[in-house]
Design a protein around this ligand. Structure first.
Ligand code: DQA
Length: 142
């Protein structure tokens, strides 16, 4: 049976392509998603993006039933603030890999802390869209 994975992106990541190309590159989110689907044709991906914390919590809850293979999660700015998202990651069974396009450790001090990463199986940061591919590879092998 095909592995089912959720690729979940948080606030402002819908603006990729035009948003701050320095740290985030020029690829739009839909191109990142279609490249991922092309690279892993045997995986049944769900791609979701929301700017709202509650909607992201709801997507993680849904993943508990519908993305048993795991979640590739870029929480955007909520990474550094959200207890609710950390608790949602901790509450579900599927493994969650936190991904950041930019190297959060090489930027402002406030980006160095993730409230969510301690509840994840791991974090990939600074490798651009390749991070989503590496997280997928990990989840397929896990
Ligand atoms: C980000 C890093 C976060 O600090 C920032 O708020 C984002 C994007 C990244 O992918 O590099 O929105 O998660």
């Amino acid at each position: 049976m095909a592995a089912t994975l959720l690729v979940l992106n948080g606030p402002n990541l819908n603006l990729l392509g035009t948003r701050e190309p320095g740290p985030y590159g020029t690829a739009p989110l839909d191109a990142i998603e279609s490249d991922l689907a092309d690279a892993f044709p045997a995986v049944a991906f769900s791609f979701r993006q929301s700017n709202g914390e509650g909607a992201l919590v709801d997507h993680l809850h849904t993943a508990h039933e519908q993305a048993r293979g795991g979640v590739v999660f870029n929480p955007g700015g909520y990474t550094h603030t959200s207890v609710a998202l950390r608790d949602a990651v901790a509450a579900i069974d599927p493994p969650v890999v936190e991904v950041h396009l930019s190297n959060v450790h090489a930027r402002e001090d406030f980006r160095r802390t993730s409230r969510i990463a301690p509840a994840c199986v791991g974090q990939i940061t600074g490798l651009g869209a390749t991070g989503y591919h590496l997280a997928t590879r990990y989840l397929l092998d896990a």
